[in-house]
Design a protein around this ligand. Structure first.
Ligand code: GTP
Ligand code: MG
Length: 136
C-alpha cells in the first residue's frame, strides 16, 4: 500500500484546522498510520526543503515552518500521494479551487511566504525520503 507524508503547517495548527484536515483525509477513505506533533528545527527543514534551497522564498519558508508546531501524519491508501495533493489543492491558496483544503481555508495574508496550511509528498521517492525524515 502506498504511503505519503502530510504536514499540517504552523498556520493550520494555529488555526485549529488539524481535525478538519484529518477528517477530509479519512472521509476520502485514506488511513492514518502514524501521527505526531513536532517542533521542527532548521536541520530537518533544510533536508525537507533541499530542492528549494537558493530560491527567493526558501528563507521565509524555513522561518515560517519553525514559527510553531507542525502535525506530521503518515497516511496510507492506493494512489494516496496523488490523491492527497488533489485534496490539498494547488500551491497558491488564493487560486486553489474551492472544495480543496487550501481553496476553502487559505488565502494570501500579504506575507513573504505562501501560508498554505498543508504539505503533501509529490512522488513515491519524495514520500519515502520525507517519511524517513519525519518518522524514523
Ligand atoms: P508543499 O506540499 O508544501 O511542498 O507545497 P507544493 O508542493 O504545492 O509547493 P512547493 O513544493 O513548490 O513549495 C513548497 C512551499 O514553498 C509551498 O507550499 C509554499 O509555502 C512555498 N512556495 C512555493 N512557491 C512559492 C512562491 O512562488 N512564492 C512564495 N512566496 N512561496 C512559495
Ligand atoms: Mg512540494
Amino acid at each position: 500500500i502506498e504511503e505519503t507524508l502530510v504536514l499540517v503547517k504552523p498556520d493550520g495548527v494555529a488555526r485549529n484546522l488539524t481535525g478538519e484536515i484529518l477528517r477530509r483525509i479519512e472521509a476520502k477513505g485514506y488511513s492514518l498510520v502514524d501521527i505526531r506533533l513536532v517542533q521542527p528545527d532548521r536541520t530537518i527543514l533544510a533536508k525537507h526543503y533541499a530542492e528549494h534551497e537558493g530560491k527567493p522564498f526558501y528563507e521565509p519558508l524555513v522561518e515560517f515552518m519553525q514559527s510553531g508546531p507542525v502535525v506530521a501524519m503518515r497516511v496510507a491508501g492506493n494512489r494516496v500521494i496523488e490523491g492527497f495533493r488533489v485534496l490539498a489543492g494547488t500551491t497558491d491558496p488564493t487560486t486553489a479551487a474551492p472544495g480543496t483544503i487550501r481553496g476553502d481555508f487559505g488565502r494570501d495574508w500579504g506575507l513573504k511566504v505562501q501560508q498554505n496550511l498543508v504539505h503533501g509528498s509529490d512522488s513515491v521517492e519524495s514520500a519515502e525520503r520525507e517519511l524517513d525524515l519525519w518518522f524514523d
